[in-house]
Design a binder for this molecule. Structure first.
Ligand code: F6P
Length: 358
């Protein structure tokens, strides 16, 4: 008997179901004695032993289904070693559930925080295999995470729609794209949607440079400007502050989100009308795009192969076009940022896109 526990953790994204389907199809094509324990709502299900027994049939017909059939929740890594309100040791509880069910392996689908906990469980002696999910594409060790391309499609579609209305008005349109720490979705959707200004957490902006870019377009007879701004975009002034100073500043004046702060700062320096669009969680919603379906299926099948070989303690990732196994200890705790000196930034700048930095 091969007993597999499976959970999806953290914010959801497209192709989670496609990836789980890939794992199960991969295992069941080689073994007919597979038992699958689906933990509900991420690590919470493992902690509180809340699971359902699934069969390969449960994974049929879900390739194109958004969300996750297992449910998910955020269980911050920093609280994993803190007992719950009833004094329960969460790490011991997870290990207990794993051993009680006699699992051979735990398959974990998640992003950054999820991988810290997955690595901890691996170090605690559990057999763990992980898959890289997140629209943010910020997991270290893989070129691509599933969910990213689908989110880029949605954010691009939002920019496209704004573009047509923008041509009718002499306004500045700000589209706020998901990504608190990294700007991958904003960068790709911004270029794909023909944004004039792209603001990323990795490239602090100068408000004067942003306003200059708007005025330059105006002088060239282009009356509207489209700005794609990442949730975590930051000004040069704020980037120079200590964490404490920035927190104090943000407490003094609270904005609903970064787009509102940016709009106010632009309006102080320009007489253009500014409008804001925040697609928010639509970026994580709906059916995965074909690219993500392929990627998630490949990663899932590769996870099945690793399990069949008994190779644990790895995240499946991509390098160039290949699927690779990356040790969990190398992945945990690292983020993959947009490099401000990357060629994609240079090429974008050559086409006239401003990153607000010069
Ligand atoms: O990590 C994925 C992500 O979608 C981020 O881009 C976004 O900032 C965050 O999750 C939103 O989290 P929540 O769903 O908890 O509001």
């Amino acid at each position: 008997m091969l007993r597999i526990g499976m959970l999806t953790s953290g914010g959801d994204c497209q192709a989670l179901n496609a990836a789980m389907r890939g794992v199960v199809k991969g295992l069941c094509s080689k073994r007919d004695d597979v038992e699958i324990y689906g933990f509900q709502d991420g690590y919470k299900g493992l902690i509180y032993s809340n699971f359902k027994m699934l069969t390969s049939r449960d994974f049929s017909g879900i390739l194109t289904l958004g969300g996750t059939i297992l449910g998910t929740s955020r269980q911050p890594f920093k609280l994993m070693r803190v007992p719950d309100e009833n004094g329960l040791d969460k790490v011991e509880a997870m290990k207990h559930t794993y051993h009680k069910l006699n699992l051979d392996c735990l398959v974990v689908l998640g992003g950054n925080g999820t991988h810290k906990t997955a690595n901890m469980l691996s170090e605690e002696g559990l057999n763990v295999i992980t898959l890289p999910k997140t629209i943010d594409n910020d997991l270290w060790g893989t070129d691509m995470t599933f969910g990213f391309q689908s989110a880029v499609d949605i954010a691009t579609d939002t920019i496209d729609k704004i573009h047509t209305t923008a041509t009718s008005h002499s306004r500045v349109f700000i589209i706020e794209v998901m990504g608190h720490k990294v700007g991958w979705v904003t960068l790709h959707a911004g270029i794909a949607g023909g944004a004039d200004i792209i603001l990323l957490p990795e490239i602090p902006y100068d408000i004067n440079a942003v306003v200059d870019a708007i005025e330059k377009r105006d002088k060239a007879g282009k009356k509207f400007t489209i700005i794609a701004v990442a949730e975590g975009a930051i000004s040069k002034g704020d980037a120079a502050l200590s964490k404490k100073e920035l927190k104090e500043k943000k407490e003094k004046k609270k904005y609903p989100s970064v787009a509102y702060e940016l709009a106010e700062r632009i309006q102080k320096k320009s007489d253009k009308e500014v409008r804001i669009t925040v697609p928010g969680h639509t970026q994580r919603g709906g059916s995965p795009c074909p690219y993500d379906r392929v990627l998630a299926t490949r990663l899932g099948a590769a996870a099945a192969q690793a399990i069949l070989e008994g190779k644990y303690g790895y995240m499946l990732g991509t390098k160039n076009q290949d699927i690779i196994r990356v040790p969990l200890k190398e992945v945990a705790g690292k983020l993959k940022y947009v490099d401000p000196n990357a060629s994609i930034i240079k090429e974008a700048k050559m086409t006239g896109i401003s990153f607000g930095d010069e």
